[in-house]
Design a protein around this ligand. Structure first.
Ligand code: GLN
Length: 190
């Protein structure tokens, strides 16, 4: 669990409810002990800067490229994306996920919202909470789209899986529905 910034505790609770052993990662030695990594929601530019300051940036990039299962939510999804648009400049990320993400994509009117969302592989809809969320504008061929929402007539991708990587624009750690975290635990244990 990346623990330099973001809603770390909620993710830890979800993972622990599923029986996973968890560890807060703030240093490279801690990352080395992990079989998988969660990148939480928060603020992606701050996460990026802190990861650099704590010498975690390069080790995380390497582990992701090496195949470590990684789950990014919201700001964490931004950090996993190979390409980011935020309207002003390109943002540096850990990368690995062959997608282009737009930060704060939903704009002011629907800045933050929640609703029931169908997610591929889950029998019933997930109650999805979006907080200044990004969406995926473009996804490469190896990216599996798990969920989309219709915004002003266009379908916007909000959950994807690509091999060992899972990402959601919403916050499945909010509440007590652990099924999306279950998809991640499956990636770690399979
Ligand atoms: N807007 C944030 C960012 O761009 C993400 C918001 C979130 O993680 N809830 O980093």
């Amino acid at each position: 669990m990346f623990a330099l910034q973001g809603d770390v505790r909620e993710h830890l609770h979800a993972l622990e409810r599923l029986g996973a052993r968890t560890l807060r990662v703030r240093r490279p030695e801690e990352l080395a002990q992990c079989d998988g990594l969660v990148l939480p929601g928060g603020e992606s530019t701050t996460m990026f800067k802190l990861a650099r300051t704590f010498d975690l940036f390069e080790p995380i990039v390497e582990r992701i490229a090496d195949g470590m299962p990684t789950f990014g939510t919201c700001a964490g999804m931004i950090m996993l994306a190979d390409r980011v648009k935020d309207g002003t400049r390109d943002q540096e990320t850990f990368g690995g996920l062959d997608v282009t993400v737009r930060r704060n994509a939903f704009g002011r009117q629907v800045d933050s919202f929640e609703g029931d969302l169908d997610v591929a592989g889950l029998a019933d809809p997930v109650h999805a909470v979006f907080i200044r969320a990004p969406w995926i504008e473009q996804a490469g061929e190896s990216v599996e789209v798990l969920a989309s929402v219709a915004v002003a007539g266009a379908d916007r991708i909000v959950a994807v899986r690509q091999g060992h990587l899972l990402a959601t624009a919403f916050h499945p750690e909010v509440g007590d529905d652990d099924r999306v975290h279950g998809l991640f635990v499956d990636l770690v244990t399979q």
